[in-house]
Design a binder for this molecule. Structure first.
Ligand code: ATP
Ligand code: MG
Length: 308
């Protein structure tokens, strides 16, 4: 393969692996660790619910937690301290069991009736020495559900917690909270909760600027790209709405262009193009924030603040 392309590919991979431990991220991880470590000493396991809109970084936190506690296989046993499963669609209790069985590496995870799956699940959780179960995309089990259906889900989770005596962390879009709202019995088992917000540069400029700074430092370019300069934080905020996925989409694409052109940093033109091709259709702004003059950006921000 072309040597230059190989180098660009490696750098892009490194950019994909950048993980920023911003304060809320670290606080949530610390509470996830509490669920794992403290539950063994408690009468009832310590459970947690984490919610946030699409793209705020929920699955990234889960991945960070499971990377910290990887599954280890020896010839005698399997140790999977942190088990991560994703709630599938269409979401039924049977499908949930299947996805946990899949995460446990069970052969033919879909086999059998619901009771058979449940028993198999308990056996495998023990055999794999699972100490914490994280369920991602939990809103699939409750969104658009009737009250009765949500109560059924809550009951199933409650008996899973009771019978396994393991802590659960439920993660999903804000609708996931319905499971606790409809079941006070379950809510009592989830004393820890966290909501991951969008970065709000208007209200908390420093946390967004720190994120920009962290990312810029981690990028594999010879020169700094100036993300913190003058109106740049405002431009990034307008372009992404403070959403992590929009931010990384923009940076990864702009980095690719800069690397392909052998540039020493990401230039404004790269950001202009990446915004136009990848974010403009969804953001539907009145202009490309990277293309406007400083005065136009200041006016734009002034109007935003006034309309708040
Ligand atoms: N702390 C972080 N550091 C670096 N990149 C991050 C971080 N959090 C999220 N990202 C990036 O933002 C993007 C979206 O993150 P993620 O998939 O975790 O969001 P999500 O909340 O799970 O979204 P969805 O609800 O759509 O599943 C990913 O590309 C991820 O790499
Ligand atoms: Mg996700």
């Amino acid at each position: 393969m072309d040597l230059k392309y190989e180098d660009v590919k490696q750098k892009l991979q490194a950019i994909k692996e950048i993980r920023v431990h911003y304060p809320i991220f670290s606080a949530i991880l610390a509470n996830m660790e509490r669920c794992l470590e403290e539950s063994v000493d408690l009468a009832e396991p310590l459970c947690m619910i984490i919610t946030g809109d699409t793209g705020v970084g929920k699955s990234t936190i889960i991945k960070t937690m499971s990377d910290r506690h990887p599954s280890i296989k020896t010839s005698e046993e399997v140790n999977t301290p942190v088990l991560v499963a994703s709630v599938p669609l269409p979401a039924t209790i049977g499908a949930l069991y299947t996805s946990i069985l899949t995460a446990l590496g069970a052969p033919f995870p879909d086999r059998g009736k619901i009771e058979y799956k449940r028993l198999r699940l308990f056996e495998l959780l023990k055999r794999c020495n699972v100490r914490l179960i994280i369920l991602d995309e939990f809103q699939h089990l409750v969104e658009r559900g009737t009250r009765q259906r949500i109560e059924t889900v809550a009951d199933a989770i409650k008996s899973l917690i009771n019978q396994t005596a393991l802590p659960f962390i439920l993660v999903g879009m804000p609708a996931a909270c319905a499971v606790l709202e409809y079941s006070p019995q379950l809510a009592g088992r989830f004393p820890l909760s966290a909501e991951i917000p969008l970065f709000d540069w208007l209200e908390q400029p420093t946390s967004f600027e720190r994120l920009l700074n962290c990312f810029e430092k981690a990028l594999p370019f010879a020169k700094p790209s100036g993300f913190g300069d003058e109106t740049m934080p405002a431009r990034f905020y307008l372009a992404t709405g403070g959403n992590f996925r929009s931010f990384t989409t923009l940076i990864r694409d702009a980095s690719r262009s800069a690397l392909m052109q052998d540039c020493a940093r990401i230039e404004r033109e790269h950001l202009i193009r990446s915004f136009n091709t990848l974010l403009a259709a969804n953001r539907r702004l009145r202009a490309n924030p990277f293309q406007e003059s400083n005065t136009a950006i200041e006016r734009w921000i002034y109007q935003l603040r006034r309309n708040q």
